[in-house]
Design a protein around this ligand. Sequence first.
Ligand SMILES: Cc1ncc(COP(=O)(O)O)c(C=O)c1O
Length: 403
Amino acid sequence: MWDAGEAVYHLGFGESRFPTHPKLLRALAENANCRSYMPAAGIPELRRAVADFHSRQLGQKVDAEQVIVGPGSKALLFAFQMATAGATILPTPSWVSYGPQARLIGRPVLSIPSSTQDGHSLHPDKLRELLCQSPHDHHLLILNSPNNPTGAMLEPALLEEIAAICRRQNILVLSDEIYALTAYGRDHVSINSFYPEGTVVLGGMSKHLSLGGWRLGTAIVPSGETGRRLLQAVAKIGSELWSSPSAPIQVAAITAYGNDPELAAYIDRCTRLHAARTRYLWRGLSELDVQCAEPMGGFYLYPNFDHWRGPLAGKGVHTSNDLARYLLDTCKIATLPATDFGAPEQELSLRLSTSYVDLETDEKAANMMALADGPVDEEALMRDHHPGMKEVLACFRSLLSSL
Ligand SMILES: Cc1ncc(COP(=O)(O)O)c(C=O)c1O
């Protein structure tokens, strides 16, 4: 529709749009001539840099031997699911690829649904109940905090409780922490702090460094024999599927994981912008009485429109797919339907991503970034520089009042 010259409010893709940090651009350019195949688990210097970075972030010693890198955390998530036996437990709604990846390799998927009312948290009783009733001998639990699609974060006390259940039942946790450095609601805490022996921590450069297209993901396995064997299995899968992440990207990534204060300031700046923009849309929707969990990290909202089910049915809208289509047709707002995240068809929820609105071009994204050089006055930033976001809210307002 953009190509046809139509004005579409793009709340569909979850892609941080800010410009690449110049130090990383330089590091990549300087290493363009690295052209050899690399070790399947990653080059030793990068594994060491990632280990040191996570030692600081997790507050516990991580060795380079515990680190494996891959072409995006998505590829690593797939390899970890392939390397382990049993069923995958998914708190839903959940990111679009966990379930399809499991199904591609024939893994059963067990869902634990959450709702706006419970803040999209994972209730330990629901996990216990599911495990009691499960016919499977082995389970893998995938956690994602801060969360895509809900923007919610799991409380440390809750993580501790989940850790205790997983320890008792010997469940491996894949903790997808790709949004850890975009947390703004409160400090990010990893379940690894409570369950280091059974947690794989996944991350990468896609979100906080706006480098999705560079395709570099990381995983930290538990220390000791179990972790070593797991890493070996994943490295073998990687060796058969992708050999290793691209060599120049790996060398440039050493700079990205190098504890550089300038990069830390860049990450902080991007996070403050995501926070201001996402909270603004959340506040606006809340004023319209739309049910939506408060965002705590990343750039997502997961509003629910069940309240308008009757009048929407009158417009032919019965499912989240219908709703997404209706919004695109009537308001030119592109979103993703809740079914993409494993929610039941009839649940009238959508995922809204704030990452593109008013940042549609590289130039706009760079200008926005310049505005956050120093303390961000959220009100002024939204008032003076976000015409698209205001229009999106106005569209929702007129749509809901017409129902
Ligand atoms: C929750 C979540 N996990 C993983 C990924 C994959 O990221 P990567 O670019 O590292 O493959 C994404 C990307 O959208 C995501 O939202």
